[in-house]
Design a binder for this molecule. Structure first.
Ligand code: ZN
Length: 225
């Protein structure tokens, strides 16, 4: 039997149908959706009744769930649109609480490539956990933002999630700020400033490189010269 004839054989069609039927998604979670039960087929495709973390019920096509296309009842998209809509000038939306502003800014930095700050966050692979795409869940985990505090990650390369985040004074934010990259140009600038008598603190401020790295570069220059 040739390959072509085997592909056409009725038994294979039956086999495929059985395979499709065998995939039971009940109880599985896809993003915010948890599959409750099989829903009536639509257009010959398997559909599933799901509950969303926001409380809504929806039906979704099995392949859409498995392929990552369906992650919520639609609330996820609505929230992203809301976050997008509030981006102008980075100003808090009228009536938005400080907590909401922090949440919306976090999503913009990480998930909106058009946001000016995206390269330093989303562009560096900093993600927001699935749960925190829901503002209510974010507020539940973090509480309301205290005055003069900002949303900080303990591990600066880690994600935005309950384990890695805290409300912290902006002093901590300054300390955790990403250091400028040590490009050859930057290293030469550090050398020039050091030769001109600059100290670690001034050079760090002038170049945006953290003090530890400035100190290392200066020590290396001292050894080489
Ligand atoms: Zn939802």
């Amino acid at each position: 039997m040739t390959l072509t004839s085997s592909l056409r054989s009725p038994s294979l069609t039956v086999y495929n149908a059985l395979m499709v039927k065998a995939v039971d998604l009940t109880g599985q979670t896809f993003g915010r959706l948890t599959v409750e039960e099989r829903a009536p087929n639509r257009y010959g495709h398997a559909y599933w009744t799901c509950t969303c973390t926001c409380g809504a019920t929806t039906t979704a096509q099995g392949t859409g769930l498995l392929g990552g296309k369906h992650k919520s009842c639609g609330c996820l998209k609505r929230e992203r649109i809301t976050a997008q809509a509030t981006k102008h000038g980075g100003k808090p939306q009228t009536g938005a609480t400080p907590t909401y502003t922090s949440w919306a800014n976090m999503l913009r930095r990480c998930e909106n490539p058009d946001n000016p700050r995206y390269p330093g966050w989303g562009g560096r692979g900093i993600t927001v956990c699935e749960r925190w795409h829901d503002f209510a869940a974010f507020r539940e985990d973090m509480g309301e933002r205290p005055p003069r505090m900002t949303l900080e990650r303990k591990d600066n390369n880690g994600p935005y999630d309950a384990d890695n985040c805290m409300w912290a004074p902006s002093v901590v934010q300054a300390r955790n700020k990403r250091s400028a990259k040590l490009t050859p140009e930057v290293i030469l600038r550090i050398r020039d400033l050091a030769e001109a008598g600059g100290g670690v603190k001034e050079i760090a401020a002038a170049t945006g490189v953290d003090r530890h790295s400035v100190g290392t570069v200066m020590a290396t220059i001292a050894v080489l010269s």
